[in-house]
Every structure is written in structure tokens, then in C-alpha cells.
Design a protein around this ligand. Sequence first.
Ligand SMILES: *[C@@H]1O[C@H](CO)[C@@H](O)[C@H](O)[C@H]1NC(C)=O
Ligand SMILES: *[C@@H]1O[C@H](CO)[C@@H](O)[C@H](O)[C@H]1NC(C)=O
Ligand SMILES: *[C@@H]1O[C@H](CO)[C@@H](O)[C@H](O)[C@H]1NC(C)=O
Length: 972
Amino acid sequence: MFKVVLVYGFSLLINIIIIVESINPTLDDDVLGLIVFKADIIDPDGKLVSWNEDDDSPCKWVGVRCNPRSNRVSDLVLDGFGLSGKIGRGLMQLKFLSKLSLARNNLTGSVGVNLGQLTNLRVIDLSENSLSGPVPDSFFEQCGSLKSISLAGNRFTGRIPDGLGECLALGSVNFSSNQFSGVLPLGVWSLHGLRSLDVSDNLFEGEIPKDVEGLYNLREIKLRKNQFTGLVPDEIGACALLRSVDFSENSFSGTLPSSLQKLSLCSDMNFRSNLFTGEITEWIGEMGSLQSIDLSNNMFTGAVPNAIGNIKSLKVLNVSNNRFSGSLPASMINCQNIQILDVSRNSLTGFLPTWLFQLGLQTVLFSENKLAGSINGAFTSSTNISHQNLQVFDVSHNELSGEIPSDIGKFSSLRFLNMSKNSLMGEIPKTVGKLTALDSLDLSVNQLNGSIPVEIGGATSLKDLVLSQNALSGNIPSSIATCSFLTSLILSKNSLSGQVPVAMAKLADLEYVDLSFNKLSGNLPKPLANLAHLVRFNVSHNQLQGELPGGAFFNTISPSSVTGNPALCGAAVDRSCPTVLPKPIVLNPNSTGSDPDSVPQPLDNKKTVLSISALVAIGAAAVIVIGIIFITVLNFRVRSTMSRSAAAVPLSGGGFSSSPSTDTNSGKLVMFSGEPDFSTGAHALLNKDCELGRGGFGAVYRTVLGDGRSVAIKKLTVSSLVKSQDDFEREVKKLGKIHHPNLVALEGYYWTPSLQLLIYEYVSGGNLYKHLHENEDENGSSLTWNERFNIILGIAKSLAHLHRLNIIHYNLKSSNILIDGMGEPKVADFGLARLLPMLDRYVLSSKIQSALGYMAPEFACKTVKITEKCDIYGFGVLVLEIVTGKRPVEYMEDDVVILCDMVRGALEEGRVDECIDEKLQGNFPAEEAIPVIKLGLICTSQVPSNRPDMAEVINILGLIKCPSESNEDSES
Ligand SMILES: *[C@@H]1O[C@H](CO)[C@@H](O)[C@H](O)[C@H]1NC(C)=O
Ligand SMILES: *[C@@H]1O[C@H](CO)[C@@H](O)[C@H](O)[C@H]1NC(C)=O
Ligand SMILES: *[C@@H]1O[C@H](CO)[C@@H](O)[C@H](O)[C@H]1NC(C)=O
């Protein structure tokens, strides 16, 4: 029958138990109770398999003990059985249970069962489970036998029932680490038998009543981490057996009662983190058993009492973060057992005590006091200095002076040494290299000079080395590489010079490196790129040069970490590298004017004459050549006019030839679209006065044809780089087939081995650069917003067209954007990079160097492939230039302003509208201008893949311009 019962659910079971009991009163209550208890428990490890309901007696079951006389269950001890589930009512059957211990399981739910009815219970230990809810009021109703209760380490809440105070047999109460609240039942404070009270880590409040003298058996009281208030009662002195007092982390206040001196057995006294005030006086010396005193984080005043020296057993003294003043008592020389001395963050004065190193201390913390005088004294005061024990020594933030004694190297166990923020002078002793256990050395903010000793490499355990803000000079020693655990290397604000040692790259654990504000020079070693854990690497404000190392960290290094090194280059400093670029022209404002690739401007006469004469000489007898559609013969002839310095090449018409370039002096002229007028009049083909501008690939001249139509002729200056004639012609013909309203059409070419001309459609309105930056001459008439927007859109369309044909422009800049009579932009100079024999990074960046402000950062980074995204970058810069009216790089008095950084900064600070070209005089729709700026910024992302492609750009522009307006606008 019983088995059948077990098949059913538990609630049903309880009812049936009662029936069963009434039917068969001889059935063993204990078997029944334990089986029912087990039915509520989840037993993943099968610890309770021996519990079999067929057994007559449970006394052999695991975790169960019976009273040998009555054969009834007395102890149930299931500690650490990995049980979960709830504590069920089955336990109530165990009428003779004396010890219930379910500690260290995963039991949940509340203790709904009224254990208080088990009148024989002496020990309850439910500690370290996940029990929750309040303890029922009836829990302690019949607790006359209860000697020990622990509910520690659960999630109980609410108040402790007052009944607890009636459990007069109680010797041990442990409620620690729950969320109990309210005041403790008053009765608790007079439980004569109580030896141990631990309520730490709860939310208890209220005061300790005055009459605690009833607790004369108390050995241990732990109130840590609650919200107790009020005073420590004088009567505590009556608890004469107290060995351990922990009142820490509460809000106790007032002074400590001198009656504490009666606690002569007390070894552990902790009043840390309260609101205590007043002085500690000589009474403390009576507490002769003290091993540990913690008074830290209070507001104690006065001197550390002389009587401390009487406490021979003292091992730990912590008075940190109080208002103690004066100097430490000389009597402390008697505390021969002391290991840890923490007096930091007080107002202690005087010298570093001379007894300090005679006591064999392990930890000495003196930081943030007002100790003065030479640091040397304590080291040299005595011959019987113990060097073996000291592990932690912190005297930082005092007023110590003098030199660091070389004896420091004798403290062979030292792990932590901090002497920062003093006025120490002289050199860092070489003996620091003997500190093989040292993992943190901080000597920062002193006046140390000399160099970092090479011997530092001997400190092979170092993890943190901080020497910043001194006057150290010389090199960073390569020996640092032997400190292979180093994670922080902070040497900023010294006068260190020389190179950053390559050996640093061996420090694989490095996370924080700060070498800023020194005089370091040379290149940053490339292998630094292998440092996989770098979080910060600040080398700003040195004299470093050359290329930044590549790699994951350095590619994304914050510009502020590298700034202030005028000769450093790479994407992060927004400066292309000299390895690919002969000189960093960005930094020389004067050089822009004379740079051959700069924007069109009045030319130096002599130079021009020379170059034109040369051109003429080479091309003088040039004749002939058959084009696909139109063939003509050109005959160049010098017509030097005395007036001015103009050199002109006349075009003589009429001479036709069908045999191209048999003569070395003859060139080949090809016009793609048949131009009858080209051969008719005699006009200067290249006229110096008609020079339109110069670009990376050569100068451009305007020539008027016989019919009065103008063409622009570009003389390639990169002859030596140009491909063979076949390659050249093939590429040029391809370019000639590209037609787009926003691209300057290539109409023909002229070829000799030493002279190449490209003949372009002439665009009348000048280039965008002039429109944006040189408008002052033209009566202040400046581009309107709609014109600007239209220009941006036109450029975007032309680039989209080029990219569809797999042509990368490579050379976008405002001087390459021409504006026709209708205000339409026409992009020039596209595809010319294809004429070069090699399309490598060197050639690209050296040919387009003046376009620096437009040059995508990947040009400086050899590991990144250059794709059409470099055009998107240039386009982004153009967008910003068009909207702001500012050059991509502006030279201020002693500063260089990079346009995209400036705009990005302004956007982040919410004042982007201040960036918009003043010449617009506020006549622009902000709802268009600001999105356009944002688009420009996206296009100038450092990471190529973050930039949109041209088709997306056109879509975005379409969305920015609302449809109704865009119709009107297309006419402008
Ligand atoms: C309690 O349960 C967790 C997971 O639920 C488990 O990791 C842990 O070991 C269990 N603790 C005990 C004492 O069984
Ligand atoms: C109270 O119980 C916790 C958790 O089991 C234990 O760590 C602590 O030492 C106990 N307190 C005392 C005074 O024994
Ligand atoms: C630039 O020119 C000015 C005036 O001509 C001169 O004083 C200055 O030193 C020059 N700067 C550089 C970097 O050459």
C-alpha cells in the first residue's frame, strides 16, 4: 500500500500519510518522514539512493544517525550533498531529531516547515544554501534545547523573530550574509550562554543596548557590514572572554570606550569604516593579546599612542585614512612580531622612523602623510637591519628628500616599491636590478636625474614600471627586454632621448606604454606592431620620425597618442610617409606655392620659357599621322616672339601623310571624333600665355582651333614613366571612349617617344578651386547652395560612372574639377594613372602628392589594398571643401588644420553649422547642408570599408534633396 502512495504527488501524499498512520500506527514514522523529505529533494548525485522505503529502519541510511537506545533518528547531516529543491514537511515526522545540518547545498524556497515544533533540536545548520523569505515567527517557539543555529549565506529577509531571545540554551548564532533587516531582538543581548554572535553582512540597524554585560560568555562578536549606529557601550568591557570584535563597516560613532582595555584576551579588534572620532589613548596598551588592530577609515585624531609598544603580540596595525598626527612612537621598536603596518592617509609628521627596518616588517604603507627629511636615514640608522621580509614598501606622496639609498637592492623579497610624489633626487640606484621579486616599481613625480640604469633588466619580475615626471635623461635601456612580464611602462615627462629600443617588442604582455613628453627620436621599431595586448601606446610630444608601425593596434591608434612628433607619419597622424613621399609638404606652408603639382597660379617666367622651348625643340619637326577617323599632319615650328616671353607652336594645316612616324622627329596625332577644323588655321598649339594649370601629370594649355573652338592640351611630364607606344595608345583610346556629362572628354592625343600630349575638351568656367577659394577677385560672387549641391551631385555621378568601368581616378581635388558655363562640374584627369608603366603605391602617391589633403590614409599603409574607396575618400574631402569653403589643409600661424578633423570635431561639439562657408551668408537649408556634411565625414572614414560606394552616395544625395526641390534645382 505504501508504494502505491509514493506514486502520487506530494500534497496528496501528506493526506494519505495521515490516513496510513491512523490505519497502521506501528509504521516507522522516521522512514516515512525521510522518504517524504526525499520526495521533495532533487538529488543529482544520487547521494540518497540508499534511502529505500522498503527498509524497516532508516538508521543505516547515508547521512542518518539514530539514537542507539530508542532507534529513532537523531542526526540528519547532508552537508554538501549537492541537493536542490525544497525543505518539505517530511522532516516534521522526525520527532526525536536533535541535529539537522543541510549546509552547502542548493536548497531553495522558504523554511515554511515549523522546525520549532521539533523540541529536541539542538543544532540547526542551513548555511550556504539559497533559502529565501522571512523566518516564520513560530520558528523559535519551542527552542529550549537549541544550542546552535546557522542560517548564514542564504537569501533570508525580514526581521529576526523576537522568540530568538527566549532560546536560553543558545551558544552560537550565525545569521551572516543574508538580507535580514530591522533591529535584533533585545533578548539576544542578554543570552548568558552565547559564545558566538555573527550577524555580519545584513541590513540590521539600531544600537547596541547599554546592558550587554549579560553576555559574559561571549567570545566572538561580528557585526560587520550592517547599518548599526550609536556608541560602543562601555559595558562591553564586561564581556571579558571576548577574543574577536568586529564592528567594521557600520555607522558607529563616538569614541572607543577605554573599558575595552579589560578585554585582555582579545586578539582581533576591528573598527574599520565607521564614524569614530576622538583619540586612542594609552588604555590600548593593556590589551596585551592583540594581534590585529584595524581602526582604518574613521576620523580618529591625536597621536598614535606610545602604549602600542606594549603590545608585543601585535602582527597587524592598520590606522590608515584617519586624522592621526605627530610621529609614530619610538616604542614601536618593541613590537617585534609586527608584520603589517599601514599608517597611510593621515597627517603624520617627522622622519621615516629609524626602527622601521629593524622589525622585519613585511608590509609598510606610509603613503599620503607629511613625512619629511632624507629617506636615507631609516636605511642607514642601524646595523641590524632585516632585509629578508619586506615585500611591500609605499612611502609615496610625502615630503621625503635625498637620494634613494643603494641598500634598497638588499630587500630581496620586495614585490611592491612606491616612492612616487616626493622630492627625491639623484640617480636611480643600479641595485634595483637585484630586486628579482619586484613586480611594481613607482618612482614617478620626483626630481630623479641621470639615466635609467641598464641594470633594471635584472628586475625580471617587473610588471609595472613607472618613472614618469622626473628629470631622467639618456636612452631607454634595451635591457628592459628581460623584464618579460612587463605590462605597464610609464616613462612620460622626462628628458629621455635616443630611439625606442627594438627590444621593447619582446615584451609581449605590454598593455600600457607612455613615453610621451620626452626627446625620443628615430623611427618607432616596426616589430612593436606584434605587441598583441596593447591598450595604450602614447609617444606624443617627442621627436620621433618615420612611419608608424602597422598592425591592428597602430592602425587604430588615437591621434592624441602620436601627436607632437612633426616627422612621424602614417594614417593616425594624417600625414603620408616620407618612404613614399619625398617631403612632408603639409608642414611647410611656403612649399605649397612652388610645388609643381599645386593649384594653378601665376607661373615663374623663366621656368616656363625653358619648358616650352624644350617642348618646341622636341616637337619642332613633328608631322603626320593617321587617326582612325581623321588624319592630319602637325608641323611644329618655333615662333619666338620678342614681345613677352610667349613661346608658341603654330599648327600648320594641309600636310597629310599616310605613313605614320617613320621619321624619328615625327609624331602621331590622333583625334577620336574627326575634327576638320583642327587642321585648318595656323594656331599655337602650345602657348605659354594660355597655360591653364599644372597637375601631377603635366601642364595644361588652352589652344584655340581654326573654328574658334578651344581645346585644352595636356603635356605629360612623366615621359620617363610612360608605357610603350602601343600600351599608351591602347589606354588612351580606352579613355577616349568614356563619355559622361560630368567628365571632361578626351578628344585625342599626340605621341612621340619623348613627348605626349592629350587633347581635351575645353571647359570655360575655371576650376572649382578658384570658385571656392579665389572668389574675391570676381566681386564676391560666390557659389550658391544649390550650385554647390549640384556640383557635389555631378562629381558623384561622374565617379559612379568611372567606378562602373573599373577606373579609379586616384587624383581627385578641387583644381581637377572644372565648371562649365552652365555651372555643371566636369571632372578632369581621370584614368591617367593607367598610363604609368607601374601602378604602385610609390608612383601613385608621388604623382599625386599635392593632393595630400585628399589622399586616403591607406596610401600610407602598405598593408591595405588601394581600391576605388580611395576616390570616395577624396570625394568626401571635396564635399567638405565645397560646403565649408575651406581648403583640405589650412595653414594657420603655427598650426595646420586638417579639414575633416576640424569638421568632425565641430560636429561632435554640436556646432557644425559654424563650419558652413561664410560666403553663403546663411543662405542655405540646414536640413540639406548638415546631412551633406555628415555624408562627407562618412566618406572620409579612416577605414576604407566604412566608406559607402558611389551608387550609395548618389542615393543618399537624392534623399537629402527633397523631390520637389530637386526638380527646380536640376535647371540651375
Ligand atoms: C548549485 O547549483 C549550481 C548550478 O545551478 C551548481 O553550479 C553548484 O555547484 C551547485 N552547488 C552545490 C553546492 O551543489
Ligand atoms: C558564519 O557562517 C559563515 C558561512 O558559513 C562562516 O563563513 C562564518 O565563519 C560563520 N561565523 C562564525 C563566527 O563562525
Ligand atoms: C615661410 O616664409 C616666411 C616668409 O617668407 C619665412 O619667414 C618662414 O621662415 C618660411 N617658413 C618655412 C618653413 O620655410
